[in-house]
Design a binder for this molecule. Structure first.
Ligand code: IPD
Ligand code: CA
Length: 265
């Protein structure tokens, strides 16, 4: 049976509450695809509304905690030792295109340490959660990273830059380096779920550059609690604010890190 502290319960309840209207919005997108304006404005308002529900619910239960959220940025709390880190819709492009692969992501930091993570895909109703020292779960199933030792049978995930972002040539070179020694790469478009999939043993590893704290906060807790190794792309610990992340099981992490460090583009 999974252990859920009061704080984790609060986070799960908030994610579920915010997820319900998001599923309704997702259902309505089909009609919007054909409208002149397109779905962009609609998605922006869904994003903002989801974030508001999350902040309202969380601050009702924990009035003094601070926030760092994608839409509204940093909100100082009276309690300086706790902060929720929120992405209301991670995988916005998928959402906008009617692809049911996106998630609400909520991390909780205590004294600067990530202690809880919740990643919820409201369409599939998959709820990933983790608490420091108490394991990682998908619904009620305990999660564990894969045990593979070799690159050849391993499946990796990454994220690539798109219009308006930097680093296209380097991303292509990294993908070439990894595809040529592994079973391949997936690009599913929601970093939080990529991290959750590594924790769940679906992917053997994941890396990405150009990420924000809210993309990875919850997933970092999941990863660690599922027995995985997670660092930045220099092998250091700055994956929350440094913009890069690399994770895998303890056998593959050093191999993937070495391979990607050697890529020049
Ligand atoms: C994005 C997703 C995507 C990743 C991007 C992120 P958003 O978050 O996590 O997988 O490649 O770098 O910005 O914008 O959909 O919340
Ligand atoms: Ca995101």
């Amino acid at each position: 049976m999974s252990y859920q502290s009061p704080a984790l319960n609060v986070m799960i309840a908030a994610a579920r509450k915010a997820g319900r209207p998001l599923v309704r919005d997702f259902g309505e997108l089909e009609n919007l695809q054909i409208s002149m304006k397109g779905p962009a404005d609609f998605v922006t308002s869904a994003d903002k509304r989801t974030e508001k529900i999350l902040i309202d619910e969380l601050s009702h239960a924990r009035p003094n905690y601070g926030f760092l959220a994608e839409e509204c940025g940093a909100i100082e709390g009276k309690d300086k030792s706790h902060r929720f880190i929120i992405d209301p819709i991670d995988g916005t492009t998928n959402f906008m295109h009617g692809v049911p692969h996106f998630a609400i992501s909520i991390g909780l930091e205590r004294e600067g340490q990530l202690v809880n993570g919740v990643i919820y895909n409201p369409v599939t109703d998959d709820l990933y959660f983790a608490e420091k020292n108490h394991g990682a779960y998908l619904n009620n199933k305990r999660l564990r990273v894969t045990a593979r030792k070799e690159m050849a049978p391993s499946l990796f995930a990454t994220g690539m830059p798109f219009l308006g972002k930097e680093g296209h040539a380097r991303a292509s070179a990294e993908i070439a380096a990894v595809t040529s020694v592994s079973s391949g790469i997936r690009r599913f478009g929601a970093a939080s779920l990529d991290l959750a999939y590594v924790a769940a043993g679906r992917f053997d590893g994941f890396w990405e550059r150009g990420l924000q704290p809210w993309d990875v906060a919850a997933g970092i807790v999941l990863l660690r609690e599922a027995g995985g190794m997670v660092t930045d792309m220099h092998g250091g610990t700055d994956m929350l604010t440094g913009g890069t992340i690399l994770c895998a099981n303890e056998n593959l992490h050093p191999q993937l890190l070495k391979l990607l460090k050697g890529v020049t583009a």
